[in-house]
Design a protein around this ligand. Sequence first.
Ligand code: DC
Length: 221
Amino acid sequence: MNIAIDGPAGAGKSTIAKTLAKDLGFVYVDTGAMYRAMGIYFIDNGISINDKDAVTGSLKNILVEIRYEDGAQKVILNGTDVSARLRDEAVGNAASVTSAYPEVRTHLMDLQRGLAKKMDVIMDGRDIGTVVLPDAELKIFLTASSDERARRRCKELEEKGEKADFEKIKADIEERDYRDSHRETAPLKQAEDAVLVDTSDLTIDEVVSRLKELAGKKRNG
Ligand code: DC
């Protein structure tokens, strides 16, 4: 059984998917991390993310692999574990820009589908229910208002002792939403058969139990 969770940045996809995977005994697959690993390659190799030909021309040199250590996903880029760098702001931006190129998406598709074929996965991203796993047994579209997502991001940064500028973070979130949902290939959108869950006014526990209920119903037919 596979569960697809799509939605905009900061809606709580990874937190929810991780908890749900643990509770249900599924493997959590974070596809954003794969696009981020590619972003690291472009940054480290001085490839301009806006230069589509340079980006697509370099794909033959990029191998992204996934490993699991104590249940946590590790992303291996050309043999090096880059997991610790995935959350950098510049890396997220590079992933958002270059994931609009169809060739970049195709480069990761076999890896994503291969994982779902081998194991029961909860896979999160932008196009999992629409493109990557159109036959997933359960599809969720997880969203929240941009205000709430910006508040959550600020809290996360403040907890790490970093400075957070709410207005800037909110503007960045809205810019990324726009880019992710207006690209031509596999844009962020709710699959027709996905269940919409707005997490703006829900706690993590409330969202997890709602999704568990939905997964239980699917499992029992
Ligand atoms: O979920 P995230 O923030 O880690 O994703 C980073 C970027 O990767 C996001 O801005 C868009 C892209 N992405 C995508 O295009 N398709 C996916 N399935 C996952 C992520």
